[in-house]
Ligand binder design. Structure first.
Ligand SMILES: C[S@@+](CC[C@H](N)C(=O)[O-])C[C@H]1O[C@@H](n2cnc3c(N)ncnc32)[C@H](O)[C@@H]1O
Ligand SMILES: [Zn+2]
Length: 163
């Protein structure tokens, strides 16, 4: 399948991925590739490097795709609050979590020259610090931009103890 995307400078952030030909709604654009690693391996290597930059994609409960190693063009796709693409985890029929994969699919028709984005869907338990807010600021430029790449979940309410 000839590729319809390329990596180049983005107005959103650093490098981005752009359509080099029209892409139809529902079309699979690219697979997100990289080294398959366990959560523990990734945590050990990158730890709490809370620097607001990530080339990691959570594949399932056991594995993460580390696109720092053997990553392809998909790793340059930026986050958008009004995305034109969606990332899916495709579970392998065998049930082997090592064989699951991530594909990026067009959510609508995409014109040649448009930047591809998907919702990173990064959840964090609130409240977030001013530093986190700054690190994860969103610059997607969409009219409905939330201003953050993070989705802040409220911490679970503690049950009041019966007296
Ligand atoms: C997977 S990289 C995407 C490629 C990135 N543009 C680059 O040049 O390295 C993800 C990082 O890009 C930046 N990024 C992606 N989407 C963004 C957005 N909407 N606003 C601001 N920064 C963004 C953040 O630093 C994020 O952690
Ligand atoms: Zn945004």
């Amino acid at each position: 399948m000839p590729t319809k995307i390329e990596q180049r400078n983005s107005k959103i952030h650093g490098q981005g991925v752009f359509a080099t030909a029209p892409i139809r709604k529902g079309e699979t654009v690219v697979e997100y590739k990289g080294k398959l690693r366990t959560h523990d391996e990734v945590d050990e290597e990158y730890g709490d490097q809370d620097n607001g930059h990530t080339f990691l994609f959570i594949l399932n409960d056991t594995y993460v795709i580390d696109a720092n190693i053997r990553g392809n063009v998909a790793r340059w796709i930026n986050h958008g609050c009004a995305p034109n693409c969606q990332a899916f985890v495709i579970g392998d029929e065998s049930g082997d979590p090592r064989k699951d994969k991530v594909v990026i699919e067009a959510m609508r028709n995409i014109a040649k020259g448009e930047e591809l984005t998907y919702d990173y869907d990064i959840h964090i338990e609130g409240p977030i610090t001013a530093q986190e807010r700054k690190l994860w600021a969103c610059r997607c430029g969409a009219p409905n931009c939330t201003g953050s790449m993070l989705k802040v979940d409220k911490p679970a309410k503690r049950k009041a103890k019966a007296s």
